[in-house]
Design a protein around this ligand. Structure first.
Ligand SMILES: C[S@@+](CC[C@H](N)C(=O)[O-])C[C@H]1O[C@@H](n2cnc3c(N)ncnc32)[C@H](O)[C@@H]1O
Length: 252
């Protein structure tokens, strides 16, 4: 009996999003599938649900301000029916280079490109990115998940490569500053706080965001954004990229 109660309780805490067949039907009607060249208006605020190699040739040239690429991390996985098979290193590198070369013509000269990877694929994609873009930085995202390893360091980070097409690009640093507790609050000669604020909960400062991100977790099953997708990225992570690298009101 006790076990049953605990099970029911834990089930009710699981907030994983599931779509009913009716919802799948209604939402699928919003998806776009490209069969011929299209104008920007056709895909504005739409999701293209198609193999990128099939869809990309129909997209306009030079319209993208910001591109976030989250390719398969070279592991054999079933993405809701789409099977990705792990490849030899050189084959994966060629496949990724093919994706980048396919999408590059769609970028504006001022565009930003973010690419997610794990440490294994990072070393394979880095030479491709170096050849095609200007690499501005590599963000290490602390992605706490899973058990520790007995004979290795626990794998706890993912890379997000920050690349641009040229040296002219958008970066709104103020939109992504972090609120941090001030350890040694410095005061000016007249006694007022220097670059920090006194608040009810303590003394805080807005600091420049670094390339180590420890403030965003993966979407755990107890979070309302969680889905069954095996490698789902958190909304907050995408929000941080969009806030930094696009301007309010601009479509990207
Ligand atoms: C690492 S997952 C991305 C996870 C996603 N960012 C999220 O937050 O849920 C890789 C994705 O690439 C997709 N994919 C792989 N090959 C593709 C292709 N040729 N065209 C379009 N999508 C592809 C897979 O279906 C999978 O959803």
């Amino acid at each position: 009996m006790r076990e049953k109660v605990i099970q029911t309780k834990s089930r009710s805490r699981n907030r994983t999003l599931n779509c009913s067949p009716q919802e799948i039907y209604a939402l699928s009607r919003e998806l776009v599938y490209l069969m011929s060249d299209i104008s920007l208006k056709t895909i504005e605020n739409k999701i293209i649900n198609q193999d990128i190699f099939e869809a990309a040739p129909h997209l306009p040239i030079g319209f993208v301000d910001m591109l976030v690429l989250d390719p398969p991390y070279n592991l054999s996985k079933n993405y809701n029916g789409y099977l990705f098979k792990a490849k030899e290193h050189s084959e994966y590198q060629e496949w990724f280079a093919g994706v980048v070369r396919l999408l590059k013509p769609m970028l504006k000269p001022t565009a930003t490109v973010y690419v997610c990877s794990d440490w294994r694929t990072s070393v394979l994609i880095a030479p491709v990115l170096t050849g095609e873009f200007r690499i501005q930085n590599r963000i290490a995202w602390e992605r706490e998940k899973g058990r520790g390893a007995k004979s290795n360091w626990k794998n706890n980070t993912e890379d997000i490569w920050f690349c641009t097409v040229s040296e002219q690009y958008t970066f709104n640093v103020d939109a992504v500053k972090l609120k941090r507790k001030v350890i040694a609050p410095y005061r000016t000669a007249d006694g007022s706080p220097k670059d920090w604020q006194e608040e009810a909960g303590g003394n805080f400062r807005l600091t420049h965001p670094s390339n180590i991100w420890t403030d965003i977790t993966i979407p755990f099953w107890s979070m309302p954004e969680n889905t069954k997708h095996p490698t789902q990225k958190p909304e907050k992570l995408i929000a941080k990229l969009v806030l930094a690298s696009s301007d309010p009101g601009r479509w990207c």
